[in-house]
Ligand binder design. Structure first.
Ligand code: NDP
Ligand code: NHF
Length: 277
């Protein structure tokens, strides 16, 4: 797997595809999945405090750094501050706890996991502090709608460089994508495969047949070809490798449009405006 990258608005280089580890067990599975992914060419790992697997992820990173020529700087590690830890002091503390569990001395990207009303601005001030002190290379948000971003940007000294949101062919997020592009915020897709729900879709199956690729590879290619970072989750070695092999082909404009046309503004996860924090 050859790594494709994007340059974030603060000039930090980020891989455009990575491994997601939500619902990956902390004991053994997380460490093993991380090792398999990095050995097969992944450089970006996406975890969060709430996934309760930062310890396992850290063990996987440590093992792979010991066994290969790779160094910490070759990797791009993301974690997220959970809702209960929002607020200025609590966020600074949560960051240190994530670092300790991961066994790292810095993160590449730290995200506000959800826009908790009345809290996310103080949380952002803490993220800015971590960034200014050089403790984290980039800071961003997750599950922010346009109105959350507009509100945050009124007071922010540092503009988030990433907004990680649910995105797949049934939820293409075009207005949010446009807004983010206008403000130098890179969109990152969670549930990029719609948690597997789209793998039997007839349109995508037809396109997959034409290119001799799997439906997962077609969907992931659609994300990255559109400039969106994707973090598919898998704990299966073959599927981790399959998901990483999306750089040796290009979807035609017609096929990109056919996938865009599958949009139904349909969420598989919570709506950020009604999510019970
Ligand atoms: N910021 C946020 O609020 C959120 C962030 N996330 C992040 O996004 C990541 C990805 O989202 P996630 O919800 O996991 O959903 P995905 O869309 O990545 O789908 C994962 C599911 O698809 C299966 N799968 C993966 N690859 C293939 C393949 N090639 N063929 C067939 N099945 C496949 C996996 O099974 P198997 O493991 O058995 O291969 C798993 O069941 C998360 O792991 C997490 O890091 C997720 C939710 C919310
Ligand atoms: O990333 C995510 C997965 O885990 C959380 C719940 O446990 C979600 O709320 C969140 O969006």
């Amino acid at each position: 797997m050859t790594q494709q990258t994007v340059v974030l608005n603060n000039d930090i280089v980020m891989p455009i595809e990575g491994l997601g580890v939500f619902r990956v067990d902390d004991q053994e599975v997380a460490a093993k999945s991380v090792q398999v992914a990095i050995r097969s060419g992944y450089r970006l790992i996406d975890t969060a405090a709430i996934y309760q697997n930062e310890t396992g992820v850290g063990q996987g990173i440590k093992a792979v750094l010991e066994e290969t020529d790779l160094s910490r700087e070759d990797l791009f590690i993301t974690s997220k501050v959970w809702n209960a830890d929002q607020g200025y002091d609590a966020t600074l503390k949560a960051y240190q706890e994530s670092l300790t569990k991961l066994g790292l001395d810095y993160l590449d990207l730290y995200l506000i996991h959800w826009p908790v009303a009345g809290k996310y601005k103080d949380t952002w001030r803490a993220m800015e502090q971590l960034y200014k002190e050089g403790k984290v290379r980039a800071i961003g948000v997750s599950n922010f709608q346009i109105h959350h971003l507009e509100d945050l940007l009124k007071d922010a000294e540092v503009t988030p460089v990433v907004n990680q949101v649910e995105r797949h062919p049934r939820l293409t997020q075009e207005p949010l994508k446009d807004y983010c592009e206008q403000h130098g915020i890179r969109l990152e897709a969670w549930a990029p495969l719609m948690v597997g729900e789209l793998l039997q879709n007839e349109t995508i199956q037809g396109i997959a047949k034409k290119y001799g690729k799997s439906t997962a590879q077609i969907i992931l290619r659609w994300h990255v070809q559109g400039g969106v970072i994707a973090i598919p989750k898998s704990v299966n070695e073959g599927r981790i490798q399959e998901n990483g092999q999306i750089v040796d082909f290009e979807l035609s404009a017609e096929d990109m449009a056919a996938i865009n046309a599958l949009n139904q503004d349909h969420r598989t996860g919570p709506d950020p405006d009604t999510f019970d924090f």
